[in-house]
Design a binder for this molecule. Sequence first.
Ligand SMILES: N[C@@H](CCC(=O)N[C@@H](CS)C(=O)NCC(=O)O)C(=O)O
Length: 215
Amino acid sequence: MVVKVYGPAYGCPKRVLMCLIEKDIEFETVPINLSKGDQNHPDFLKLQPFGEVPVVQDGDYTLYESRAIIRYYAEKYKSQGTDLLGQTIEERGQVEQWLEVEANNFHRPIYDLVIHVVYAPIQGFPSDPKLIEESEKKVGKVLDIYEERLSKSKYLAGDFFSLADLSHLPFTHYMVNQMRKEYMIRSRKNVSAWWDDISNRPSWKKVLQLYKYPV
Ligand SMILES: N[C@@H](CCC(=O)N[C@@H](CS)C(=O)NCC(=O)O)C(=O)O
């Protein structure tokens, strides 16, 4: 069964696409244009009642929330493609811990930065300089903790690439490229080496080549 992924251009769906490529899972994509309001169409709301991408349809199984989707496929195809969950229950615990850190500590401020630095000027709503400053500080604090962690292991959950690293790619890409805040990565030696490693994975390069960011 070919997995159908809605909304490939945006950051959150790219998390899912990278996971599917790492796991050698066949997929097709359905474009959703958020600036035109496709996410609020009644047919789309039947799939994702919160009006957000991504959603996947796998036969008659539908799933939304990007991190739920990557956990689902990493588990379902544990022995196919790259193992993204760790070999032991302790490694799995670490993967889960750093996935939660990404979702709760990293994503929130970086999402605000993306909205206020990248999208506000082009969508014509005012950006909030105080929020930008505070969000950058918050992201910096999280990256300081990563810097320390990555002095002890090559990747966040240990010496193996996992969902925890993968989950950081779409929004860190915005920070390094569209926001021109690469200095936040380069000023931290271990974070910088980690970023070079994960962003050079063929799966991520393929995602970027196939599905351009909307901005
Ligand atoms: N927690 C959700 C967040 C999804 C989300 O925020 N998606 C954004 C695109 S990255 C979206 O669809 N926004 C809807 C909008 O801007 O109206 C997930 O990880 O799937």
